[in-house]
Design a protein around this ligand. Structure first.
Ligand code: GTP
Ligand code: SPV
Ligand code: MN
Length: 588
């Protein structure tokens, strides 16, 4: 397989701890995967769906207590607590290793150890990084094969290097009390025990491509971000690329796969998806910011995905996809979830595997955080630049959250540091993507609170430093909020494909094609500059969506001040100054 001592020794060490009966190296070949799917079906780990309707697709029902990322059980294990910072759970590395390895001990007995060598990013990009995940779950293997680039070739690319990322996943008995997702960024190591859920066990994704990668990015002067990447082709113009960071389950996949409304389609607008969850951002030889998507698939929220809201996502799941915790229609062995269509199955099993009749049942059939895993190449709108080893040049960065009030539909920040400020103060209502209560307003800077692998005050500094390197070539930074509600609590903005109307304004601002109004918080669109032709958004709606409520903003400032306190001296002076400026602007 390999004669790299660091690989051989680490795997040997892990084998001695977890004691597998058997070892299987995953090479990503179809023959091997087919064997694994058969075995997983036989053992009940996954269910083969109707191949006439869903070719190559499988269903998985997770344990009832294991349906979302376990943030309170996720740790950054660095030598000092300062290094992990005030927004992470910290654990002293020696103690953390002792605890998680004691849980991992003997946990592969009677099982197979699957060794999964994978690449984050395409093989021939100098930006790509490699990892090896050890897992006892075929479901994890099959998902890793979709989400990353799994191949024996990885070992050749790693060669004699020791900087590959080590990952150990042990299902154990899915005991939530002993569930831990531990990151040791100083050793390039991740250990996850007692879970089977995506973000906790697909170690290439949040654990590596965000937490470990953000730690590396600070050392090496790049950024690993919780961002989608999309390209917009306007008629007769070259494609421009935008990155956007929204917290989990706040619309990244939907925006990344946006389908232009008819009016725009007819004019010749096209939108291309480069990535839906993670962006690695570097400064290119031309001094601009370039983005690449380290993933190779989508791990998307199923509920609400339908032929109208996100036809590209639906098409992406049309074959060779894995569905987790959705409804199984027993009549024709297909899948269903809330918001797919108005025709729920009557003879079905819900996500828990209990009999469920969608016509009469009051309980939801699919879990709110049920997901699909789909290969990127299935997406009809996949960008032709998806595999460009250089990535794509970024014209604008967008930050956003799920806010019923306060933040307007869109505004433009005055400059990079003001943009970093806008990102640092995002707050958003919590969703089903993590365990815990839903709808609670929480600060989530850059949508990275759960994913930054080091001290977030230092992370803000790193953002400021990146701006200094980018200088006048820095992308413009915007803020959006698709979720503002009216007095009856209904979301005002139609969202989804219609968000192109806002992106269009953003691009026009980037190209200097539109004026804007100066406001205390930044530049707002002039009246009528967000096109509303053909949508149900009255003049009053637009006024409401773009209005600033003084009382709400004063409250916001207090919240920001309190939130900033936790960073102490690590908060960059630049952000303090931006906060002072905002306070001043609002007073005058
Ligand atoms: P993660 O995969 O958890 O990181 O989530 P995500 O950010 O990719 O979110 P996703 O696009 O899957 O959307 C999550 C939920 O928000 C879904 O239920 C969508 O239907 C809903 N949503 C997405 N975009 C919009 C929008 O523009 N307006 C409204 N009202 N809802 C939206
Ligand atoms: C998220 O929660 O932001 C996701 C899903 O994208 S997971 O991979 O579980 O993190
Ligand atoms: Mn995400």
């Amino acid at each position: 397989m390999t004669n790299n001592k660091s690989i051989i020794n680490w795997i040997e060490k892990m084998k001695e701890i977890v004691k597998p009966d058997k070892i299987v190296w995953i090479d990503g070949s179809e023959v091997q995967l087919e064997e694994l799917r058969k075995q997983a079906c036989k053992e009940g780990e996954i269910i083969k769906l109707n191949f006439e309707k869903h070719p190559g697709c499988y269903l998985r029902r997770s344990a009832l207590n294991d349906v979302a990322r376990a943030e309170d059980r996720t740790f950054i294990c660095t030598k000092t607590q300062w290094e992990a910072g005030p927004t992470n759970n910290w654990w002293e590395p020696k103690l953390a290793y002792e605890k998680v390895l004691s849980i991992a001990k003997d946990s592969y007995r009677g099982k197979t150890m699957y060794i999964v060598p994978y690449s984050m990013g395409i093989f021939d990009s100098k930006f790509s990084r490699f990892g090896i995940e050890l897992t006892d779950s075929i479901y994890a293997v099959l998902n890793m094969v979709i989400m990353t680039r799994v191949s024996g070739k990885v070992l050749d690319y790693i060669g004699q290097s020791e900087t590959w990322v080590r990952g150990l996943h042990c299902s154990c008995n899915l005991d939530a009390e002993n569930r831990y997702v531990c990151h040791f960024p100083e050793d390039n190591t991740i250990i996850s025990v007692n879970s089977g859920y995506g973000g906790n066990v697909l170690l290439g994704k949040k654990c590596f491509a965000l937490r470990i990668a953000s730690f590396l990015g600070r050392k090496e002067k790049w950024l690993a971000e919780h961002m989608l990447i999309l390209g917009i082709e306007r008629p007769g113009k070259e494609t421009k690329y935008i990155c956007a960071a929204f917290p989990s389950a706040c619309g990244k996949t939907n925006l990344a796969m946006l389908v232009p409304p008819d009016k725009y389609k007819n004019k010749g607008y096209k939108v291309w998806c480069v990535g839906d969850d993670i962006a690695w951002l570097r400064i290119g030889e031309d001094g601009r910011l370039w983005a690449m998507n380290p993933e190779n698939g989508f791990f998307g929220v199923a509920p609400g995905t339908n032929a109208k809201s996100n036809p590209n996502a639906l098409a992406s799941t049309s074959h060779d996809a894995i569905f987790t915790n959705v409804v199984q229609n027993l009549d024709d062995n297909t899948v269903w979830w809330e918001g797919l269509d108005n025709n729920p199955p009557e003879n079905a099993l819900d996500w828990k595997g209990s009999p469920w009749n969608g016509k009469i049942s009051i309980e939801k059939g699919a879990h709110p955080n049920s997901r699909f895993t789909a290969p990127a190449k299935n997406c009809p709108a996949l960008s032709p630049e998806f595999e460009n080893p250089k990535g794509v040049p970024i014209s604008a960065i967008i930050f956003g959250g799920r806010r019923a009030n306060t933040t307007p539909l869109v505004y433009e920040t005055r400059n990079w540091n003001h943009g970093v400020f806008a990102g640092s103060v995002i707050s958003s209502e919590s969703t089903a993507a993590t365990t815990g209560k839903i709808g609670v307003l929480k600060h989530d800077p850059m949508a990275m609170k759960s994913f930054c692998g080091y001290n977030m005050g230092q992370y803000f500094k790193h953002w400021i430093e990146m701006g200094k390197l980018l200088k006048e070539k820095a992308p413009k930074i915007f803020s959006v909020n698709w979720f503002r509600t009216n007095e009856s609590g209904e979301i005002i903005w139609p969202g989804y494909g219609e968000n192109l109307r806002v992106l269009d304004w953003i691009l026009k601002r980037c190209e200097g094609e539109k004026e804007a109004l100066e406001s205390p918080i930044g530049f707002l669109p002039c009246e009528g500059d967000i096109d509303t032709e053909g949508i149900d958004a009255s003049k009053e709606d637009m006024k409401e969506l773009l209005s600033l409520d003084a009382a709400q903003w004063h409250k916001e400032i207090k919240e920001i001040e309190d939130f900033y306190k936790i960073f102490g001296d690590d908060l960059p002076l630049e952000l303090r100054k931006e906060l002072e400026k905002l306070k001043n602007n609002l007073e005058h």
